[in-house]
Design a protein around this ligand. Sequence first.
Ligand SMILES: O=P(O)(O)OC[C@H]1O[C@H](OP(=O)(O)OP(=O)(O)O)[C@H](O)[C@@H]1O
Ligand SMILES: O=C(O)c1cc(=O)[nH]c(=O)[nH]1
Length: 204
Amino acid sequence: MVLSYELARDLLDIKAVQVNPSDYFTWTSGIKSPIYCDNRLTMSHPQIRRKITKAFMEMIDRMPVKPDVIAGCATAGIPHAAWLADKMDLPMVYVRSKPKGHGKGNQIEGACTNGAKVLVIEDLISTGGSSLETARVLQEQGAEVLGVHAIFSYGLNKSAQLFEKENICLETITGYDELLDVMEADNRLTKSEHEQLINWRNDL
Ligand SMILES: O=P(O)(O)OC[C@H]1O[C@H](OP(=O)(O)OP(=O)(O)O)[C@H](O)[C@@H]1O
Ligand SMILES: O=C(O)c1cc(=O)[nH]c(=O)[nH]1
């Protein structure tokens, strides 16, 4: 099976995906959503997290310029960045959503030298705001951000526009369309619920 569909089914099987049409979830951006995908649950499934690491490694294989640092987007991107960096034998850093309010006041944790070629690892893209903020913080510290790689994206127009505006390349393993296709194929959604969820996403 194609990996994007295989991973979408894995996310459903481990109950990472919740659909709640009558009681919307609030996303980090403030968007109200009938669906929530908790990719943090992949941490608890070694076979799935290894599949994700392997997919990230294959994406790096296809990159014309290779990263010399892997950066995890806090918090849910951090474990995946760590497994990837370990497999690739590369240095890793993580970037907090805001500078730490005590201690050294760091926003970037770990060593990221000026001019380092950095790949940002994120678990999920909704608007893209969190991962692009991570990229901005790294660039401000003199890093060259090669791109953002994420497990999943909702494929919102807003995120496509933001990544284009920032001129940062986004690649993902799976996404909303694959998830909805698998849900429909497995009779987890009716055709009309499928359409409703597609329309909701397209109207955002
Ligand atoms: O593309 P965006 O609109 O920025 O949304 C996606 C972000 O939201 C979630 O993180 P959350 O803020 O819930 O924090 P966490 O990773 O610490 O759980 C997710 O892990 C992404 O980082
Ligand atoms: O945008 C978000 O905050 C968000 C959406 C989602 O489905 N899953 C998640 O972890 N965060």
